[in-house]
Design a protein around this ligand. Sequence first.
Ligand code: SF4
Length: 347
Amino acid sequence: MIVEKRFCLDLTQDDIKEWCSTRGVESYRASQIYKWLSSGVTVTDEMTNVSKKVRAMLEEDFIFDGFKVLEKYVSKIDGTTKFVYLLHDGNIIESVVMRYKTGLAVCISSQAGCKMGCEFCASAKAGFGRSLSSGELLAQVLISQKIMGEKIRSVVVMGIGEPFDNYENIVNFIDRITDPEGPGMGARHITISTCGLVPKIREFASLKSQVNLAVSLHAPNDAIRTGIMPIARAYCMEELLDACREYTKVTGRRITFEYSLFKGINDRRQDADELASRLKGMLCHVNLIAANEFPGSDFHRPDRRSVNDFKQYLESKGVNVTLRREMGTDIMAACGQLRRGIEEGTE
Ligand code: SF4
């Protein structure tokens, strides 16, 4: 029987303890190895206090160096840094590190590609490879933190992929990154963004975690939503909003609704009006985004004035609104753009 090697960052502290015991390695090595992995070291040569013999054994049993930085782009405008990684099986993923007043935040991918098929999304056009393991989710945070030489304060799972289509690994990732003996990030510094997989929102609510939930709404009604997001055919808006109400009730956490404005599709006054009445009374806030345009897309961004009008109208109806600041526009930092460029050989 061929046993597939596991990626080193998929190992929990317990896995490493067990490995040490079955391989006859001194037990104190387990915490040394776990510390190295938790600091983003995925090359055994860098584990300087671990003997050469144990390093060789680790390499025999697990995948090291399975997460290579293929490209790194730094925005000249705002320092936003985009990493493109090559995984051990040839899949390519990307993460983006942004600087805010509160420190660094990283936006990570949950899958190589995406099955959800949102019409406005560059990632959807690139097809689906596979879901990422919890270690590969963690690697995006720890490796970018190591390269940036500065602590990552928050994580948003809002890159390529649908996190709740990779539910188990996402939950494991949250456990791993919040481990006080490991990276020790606070749950409130993590945001999971879903396009609206209703049963998984309910399942996630039942965990009662303090993780932030963002839901990609992008429309005020089913007619518009089904036209741009295939998931809306499986779960209507009322079902989705009910699950969101449950999430806020169970966790006490405010929910974020992501709303990309597409010119002539969902950016009219009547859309703002309908959105405001649907969200009335909910513990939520709306994050408006002027659409990301990419070559070949039929979706266009409204002008600045229309975006501001939409925002002000929602505010006049008592909705909490923010306008998402665009970052890294010169390095194609919008969802999926860069990976697609590389795969098509345009970079
Ligand atoms: S917007 Fe998100 S969920 Fe939709 S296709 Fe793109 S990556 Fe997938």
